[in-house]
Write a protein that binds this ligand. Sequence first.
Ligand SMILES: NC(=O)c1ccc[n+]([C@@H]2O[C@H](COP(=O)([O-])OP(=O)(O)OC[C@H]3O[C@@H](n4cnc5c(N)ncnc54)[C@H](OP(=O)(O)O)[C@@H]3O)[C@@H](O)[C@H]2O)c1
Length: 184
Amino acid sequence: MNITVIGRGNLGGGLADLWERAGHRVTRLGRDGGDAGGADAVLLAVPGDAVETALSSVTGLAGTTVLDATNLYGGARPPAGFDSNAEYVRSVTGGPTAKAFSANFASLFGDVADTRVRPSNLWAGDEQAADVVTRLSLDAGYEAVRLGDLGMAATQEGLAGVLFSIAQNGLGPFVYRMAAPGRL
Ligand SMILES: NC(=O)c1ccc[n+]([C@@H]2O[C@H](COP(=O)([O-])OP(=O)(O)OC[C@H]3O[C@@H](n4cnc5c(N)ncnc54)[C@H](OP(=O)(O)O)[C@@H]3O)[C@@H](O)[C@H]2O)c1
């Protein structure tokens, strides 16, 4: 797959490394922006309050499948008129959109391959994005678990505070698995 990551920091850079190892071709864009034309999938991994700025500096996004990994915390809000960053993203691109990879710790990407079972990767979004989310989750070492449609993206964006709190109360950065009992 041709993948463009917008944001090449801990999350975007970390997933880019894993996806390249799995055989994908990845273009990494930073705050200077660039062109995403021809990408089969785009990962958005910029600070949660920088989504409008980031997308305004990237061309070639129309109709593209976007996996939005941004989180909102510390009082940050989505762009005016939207309940979530992910819904704003879809209003810009008009393509299949998913909130994905926002509920995992990038610091553990190097450990995921060694877990006894695949950790989960929660996502919320359009059915048309499901195949891409499933594939790219597997190729990063995770199993995708769907939280709901794009209307649930705001709920997922709000999970960051929950994850941080769990991490800060004794567990540290963690993976999780949500699976039917027979598949644990
Ligand atoms: N780190 C995690 O474990 C984790 C987990 C889940 C979700 N997330 C979410 O993923 C997003 C990125 O987190 P991160 O930890 O990867 O951050 P990071 O390491 O600080 O990287 C941020 C990236 O965003 C780019 N950027 C910063 N400001 C920008 C702007 N105004 N316009 C366009 N691009 C901008 C930076 O560009 P330059 O390269 O040019 O500096 C950099 O590539 C956040 O929304 C975060 O909540 C992070």
